[in-house]
Ligand binder design. Structure first.
Ligand SMILES: *Cc1c(COP(=O)(O)O)cnc(C)c1O
Length: 400
């Protein structure tokens, strides 16, 4: 999967910098595959020959190894990150009439998991620097009906889990981490997925640990919660055809587990490359003198940012123009997310007015994600930065 703008070879604008023919993709998963192809194919072949295609020893190994990687005592695999969030809420008995605190500036699945159970997402605004849920705004959103708190570790950086944990303890509420973008990230030495009742992860191909299709994972601190998650992901069935609770079908394919077991060994090396790319961007943007026009993302002191996304902010209504400018020059970018969840049509009946979550709304208008994948080259990064500098320069000239 190459998430690049369309690559028609003729359209090189005369104003463009000398760019590589192929442009710069937002993400090129083939580069990663090329580097580990033999190992992946061997692992997939072994699964094909085993004749065992759901769960099995590869899946159990992933559950053990990834839980250990996340510094969590238990791991439970499932079919997607969205299912992980749903199963987590089911395991904590969240249902009709309950309220779940969460950010609005996140992927849809965070809220839909609560909604599907008849619970009400209660949206809390974000910190404008980290884009994560602002703990200072949480307490006033808690009511008698609040059943759980769901922070999202957005773009690969943990939410302030000390502050969130303190509020949760004060109100005796369980926390579920949406760590789908943040495998391996840390908050003051503690790993994503180890700081709450349940951590939820996604193996969607654009995530830092991406499978060859869909997949998901949950970490749990309590063995009883872990057992319940296992029961719920398999139709509540134990033993076969005896159902104690109504669960869902959310099995992980063995092929996915086999691929992920290979990839897990490389995850720290890939994370280091993402971190190096983030540092290089900071240097390049300073070198090109555009740090006055845009705001770079910041890694908080004491956190381990794993850079699933590198998201800059460009205010003054110029974000969409920048995105078009980059697309014309075949540079991939993405908007995460153009519409905050409280403004989505499907959640209209929740009654949020425009302006009710000002920082989420502003982020949705001002942010743009740039290529940050591990295999991105220094040369490509220079092209991205030079192009943005050129855009900012042109904007300044127009304004003068
Ligand atoms: C990717 C993602 C999900 C959903 O994961 P899927 O595997 O695509 O279902 C949920 N929450 C966040 C924040 C995500 O980034």
């Amino acid at each position: 999967m190459s998430v690049a703008p369309s690559q028609s070879s003729s359209a090189t604008s005369p104003a463009a910098l000398p760019l590589p023919q192929t442009g710069v993709p937002l993400l090129d998963v083939n580069r990663q595959y090329d580097a580990i192809r033999a190992e992946i194919l061997a692992a997939v072949t072994a699964v094909c020959e085993s004749g065992r295609f759901v769960f099995g020893p590869e899946c159990e190994r992933l559950e053990t190894d990834l839980a250990a990687y996340c510094q969590a005592p238990h791991g439970v695999a499932c079919a997607s990150g969205s299912d992980a969030l749903l199963l987590a809420l089911m395991a904590l008995d969240v249902g009709a009439g309950d309220e779940v605190l969460m950010p609005s500036y996140t992927f849809f699945a965070t809220a839909s998991a609560a909604w599907r159970l008849g619970a009400k997402p209660v949206f809390v605004d974000i910190d404008p620097v980290t884009y994560n849920m602002d703990p200072q705004l949480m307490e006033s959103a808690i009511t008698k009906r609040t059943k759980a708190i769901m922070p999202v570790h957005l773009f690969g950086q943990c939410a302030d889990m000390d502050a969130i944990g303190a509020i949760a303890r004060r109100h005796n509420l369980p926390v579920i981490e949406d760590a789908c973008q943040a495998v391996g990230s840390e908050w003051h030495g503690r790993r994503a997925g180890s700081m709450s009742a349940i951590g939820c992860f996604s193996f969607y191909p654009t995530k830092n640990l991406g499978g060859f299709g869909d997949g998901g994972f949950m970490t749990a601190t309590d063995p009883k919660v872990s057992e319940r998650l296992k029961l719920l992901r398999g139709h509540g069935m134990q033993p076969r055809y005896y159902h104690h609770v109504v669960g869902i079908n959310s099995r992980l394919d063995t092929i996915q587990a086999a691929v992920l077991n290979v990839k897990l060994r490389y995850l720290d090396a890939w994370t280091s490359l993402r971190q190096a790319n983030a540092e290089r961007y900071a240097k390049l943007f300073t070198e090109y003198g555009v740090t006055g026009s845009i705001t770079l993302p910041a890694a908080e002191a004491g956190s381990r940012h794993v850079w699933n996304q590198y998201v800059i902010r460009i205010p003054g209504g110029r974000r969409d123009a920048l995105r078009s400018y980059l697309a014309e020059r075949k540079i991939g970018s993405e908007i995460y997310y153009p519409v905050p969840l409280h403004q989505q049509t499907c959640f209209r009946e929740l009654g949020y007015e425009t302006g009710s979550l000002p920082e989420s709304e502003r982020a949705a208008l001002e942010t743009i994600a740039l290529p940050i994948f591990p295999e991105l080259t220094a040369k490509e990064q220079r092209v991205v930065v030079a192009t943005i500098a050129e855009f900012c320069q042109a904007a300044k000239q127009r304004a003068a």
